[in-house]
Design a protein around this ligand. Structure first.
Ligand code: DP6
Length: 427
């Protein structure tokens, strides 16, 4: 939105974007510069009411260069790095799709660059003006939650709003992908596939909506934030080592993922949670198997992660005995945190189960009021549950539980949410 300023128009826009957690994992690039994957992937977008990145972008001819602040700290924009690429691609779209097409597109009045003609004003195109970008994640980086996906999606969404780009989310996903692969999936809400594509220029490697949030709004997620002191292997370097050394990855790419993409899309369309859970857990397991098959091997899960798997497996065993169907699905990214997908009706039971084995110091922040009027207490297990499948851990092994649900795609926000002050610096 353009907001009126005493002297001139201010070209500024603010947008927020969601986190997504993959059910079919992206792991491996066939092109590291364009970020083209070796297989397609699929994720659920999580609600921005709980987890989000917010970004404000402003174009101003008085700025000397493009600058970016992440959580208040300035980050270097180095060409041809990922940030510089995304910003350059969006400026290019502004020029090609707006300025070259429409002579009346808003332009910027700037002071002359020649000191002698200081009083002369120049009229220049917005795409040539430097931008300041401020981005903020409402969840602590220390929580170990991937912030690059929501971060790049918010950056692309705010610049797209600033430049009034007439682009679909899929087109914008082509740019977010070049910031961080998984970011392309955060351009949509609901259930999202990243189609790997076959072209060398990457123009068909983009995100598409499999189903909107409203199709299956009962999908909830419980994130178990697992304490982790050691610095792990980053996704970017880890996945390239897997590409270079794992034979199992080649089998996964050719024979496993194509079949699973079809299965999970069918499960989502039919709202078949049992099938969704089966494929999601199998794919998390295989992703961690290819990490282990890497030379030298990569371990992302720890004892706490594995115990949570044991609890969910036992919880599902009891459910299958009673109803023939699974009720929960675990999945793990490149770290020890568990994300448990389940339908709304089961969340309370699962919170009580996790809390029984992983006592919480600060209680459970209960955004959906599951325990309204009472507290989560000591936790408990469902009838028929074999308590011996895991040992009880100390307080702090799981340092937090975040309850959220499937959510919508990026949002353009009002000027009151802006992260840049009148001076063009972070507030
Ligand atoms: C395990 O998207 O963080 O979360 O493209 O190098 O930035 P880059 O990697 P990134 O990798 C995410 C890997 C994953 C699986 C997934 O989200 O699909």
């Amino acid at each position: 939105q353009d907001i009126e300023n005493k002297t001139a128009m201010v070209y500024q826009a603010t947008a927020s974007a969601p986190v997504n957690i993959a059910c079919i994992k992206y792991w491996g690039k066939r092109d590291t510069k364009l970020i083209l994957p070796t297989n397609s992937s699929l994720s659920v977008t999580l609600s921005q009411d709980h987890l989000r990145s917010t970004t404000t972008s402003r174009a101003d001819p008085s700025f000397s260069k493009d600058r970016l602040w992440l959580n208040g700290k300035e980050e270097e924009i180095v060409a041809p790095g990922r940030l510089a690429t995304c910003i350059a691609e969006l400026k290019k779209l502004r020029k090609e799709l707006v300025e070259d097409k429409d002579e009346s597109a808003p332009k910027v009045i700037a002071d002359s660059i020649l000191p002698l003609f200081a009083l002369l004003k120049m009229i220049i195109q917005l795409s040539t003006v430097p931008v300041h970008i401020a981005s903020f994640n409402n969840f602590p980086t220390a929580a170990g939650l991937a912030s690059s996906a929501s971060g790049f999606a918010a950056l692309v969404s705010s610049l797209a709003a600033l430049y009034a780009l007439p682009c679909s989310p899929s087109t914008l996903s082509l740019i977010a992908r070049q910031g961080s692969g998984s970011a392309c999936r955060s351009l949509f809400g609901g259930y999202v596939a990243w189609e790997q594509g076959v072209l060398d220029d990457g123009s068909d490697s983009l995100a598409v909506e499999v189903a909107p949030r409203s199709h299956w709004p009962e999908m909830h997620a419980l994130i178990c934030v697992v304490s982790d002191d050691k610095k792990g292997t980053s996704s970017t370097s880890g996945m390239q080592r897997t590409v270079q050394t794992s034979e199992l990855l080649q089998h996964r790419i050719k024979h496993v993922v194509p079949k699973r993409m079809k299965e999970i899309e069918a499960a989502i369309k039919a709202k078949d949670f049992d099938a969704f859970a089966k494929v999601t857990m199998a794919d998390s397991n295989q992703f961690h198997a290819v990490a282990l098959d890497t030379e030298p091997p990569i371990f992302y899960m720890n004892d706490v992660s594995r115990s949570i798997i044991a609890l969910i497996v036992e919880y599902n065993r009891v459910a299958i005995e009673k109803t023939g169907k699974r009720k929960a699905a675990y999945t793990y990214d490149a770290g020890p945190n568990a994300v448990i997908y389940t339908l709304q009706e089961n969340v309370k039971e699962i919170v009580e189960l996790i809390v029984k084995y992983f006592p919480q110091k600060d209680g459970f922040k209960d955004p959906f009021q599951l325990f309204a009027g009472g507290s989560v207490g000591e936790g408990r297990v469902v009838e028929g549950f074999n308590e011996a499948v895991a040992k009880k851990f100390e307080v702090g092994a799981v340092k937090g539980l975040i309850h959220t649900n499937v959510g919508d795609g990026p949002r353009v926000l009002g000027a009151e949410e802006a992260l840049l002050g009148p001076d063009g610096l972070p507030k």
